[in-house]
Design a protein around this ligand. Structure first.
Ligand SMILES: NC(=O)c1ccc[n+]([C@@H]2O[C@H](COP(=O)([O-])OP(=O)(O)OC[C@H]3O[C@@H](n4cnc5c(N)ncnc54)[C@H](O)[C@@H]3O)[C@@H](O)[C@H]2O)c1
Length: 282
């Protein structure tokens, strides 16, 4: 999309972290912005910061794992901001664990936010963009959508699925000869709240007290928190990369070039029929 000023962006998980940074970049371009999130206090704070940039902004409490709430989000955005042009399906969570240790509640929470959240966004907003034959969808995956680090099976599953969904969306839009564009965002570690996702787990998907984390899992969580804290790019850098990709209609948004070696290694292992190398040891 070349002209963003005066248009409308929707960002899920927009109250904090990468989503907030995307929203701020869109607002600085003169876009009106709706942020959707489950964290009401952060929604209010970020919506205020967006309005201080001189644009219309609304915070809409939305659990993206629930289809009816995403449908209601779309209705409110169109009613209150007059339309929708850029949609960032970005909300996500990241609990860890060995592939066979995660509980059904863990899987349901992770799949609900990271995958169903993006599915609902695509299902709900794409017809609106198609009808006006204008707009852009950005789905947040991760480098974990292109490689498979250990101890994060659930996260990897959802992020590979988001890459698959978005690549297929691209082809489907192309076959319709639509002017609507789409991108998939695949960052590596960026300092945000992602390693403290448990704060966002709904009580109905809490594990019973009898489910104990192993010492290995505590150690992995500490490692993830350290890795996220140590990320060299900021959320603001990622927001800038998303804005540029929307303007340039670029599909893959790979913000951390050093990870390309691990992606290449995975592809080579597949094509050469080798056992998969651990991307964290490359
Ligand atoms: N930070 C990183 O290192 C990193 C790397 C790769 C990908 N990502 C992805 O970026 C996206 C944004 O994460 P972040 O790093 O900004 O983390 P974050 O925890 O700072 O922000 C995530 C936001 O999503 C919201 N959220 C959580 N569950 C929700 C739900 N059910 N419905 C609506 N909103 C919900 C949270 O309240 C929070 O505001 C996620 O999809 C994450 O997987 C992050």
């Amino acid at each position: 999309m070349k002209i963003l000023k005066g248009r409308v962006a929707v960002v899920t998980g927009g109250a904090g972290g990468l989503g907030r940074a995307m929203a701020m970049h869109f607002a600085r371009e003169g876009m009106h912005v709706a942020i959707a999130d489950i964290d009401q206090a952060s929604l209010d704070r970020t919506a205020g910061e967006l309005r201080a940039l001189g644009v219309n902004a609304i915070g809409v409490r939305t659990d993206v794992s629930k289809g009816d709430e995403v449908d209601a989000l779309a209705r409110r955005v169109v009613a209150e901001l007059g339309g929708v042009h850029v949609v960032c399906n970005n909300a996500g969570v990241s609990p860890l664990g060995l592939a066979w240790e995660n509980t059904i509640a863990d899987w349901q929470w992770m799949l609900g936010v990271n995958l169903w959240g993006v599915i609902h966004g695509v299902r709900t907003f794409t017809p609106i963009l198609l009808a006006q034959d204008e707009g852009h969808i950005v789905n947040t995956a991760s480098v974990a959508g292109l490689i498979n680090p250990p101890s994060s099976a659930m996260y990897n599953v959802t992020k590979h699925a988001v890459v698959a969904l978005t690549e297929t969306l691209y082809h489907d839009l192309g076959e319709q000869k639509s002017k609507v564009g789409c991108s998939v965002l695949c960052p590596a570690y960026v300092p945000t709240g992602i390693a403290d996702s448990e704060r966002n787990r709904p009580s109905e998907l809490a594990n019973p007290a009898s489910v104990k984390k192993s010492p290995e899992q505590f150690a992995k969580e500490a490692m993830l928190q350290k890795a996220v804290r140590s990320g060299k790019l900021s959320a603001d850098d990622i927001g800038a990369a998303v804005l540029a990709a929307v303007k340039e209609d670029r599909f893959y948004i790979l913000t951390h070039p050093r990870i390309k070696g691990a992606i290449r290694a995975r592809m080579e292992d597949i094509l050469e029929g080798r056992q998969p190398r651990n991307p964290m040891s490359l």
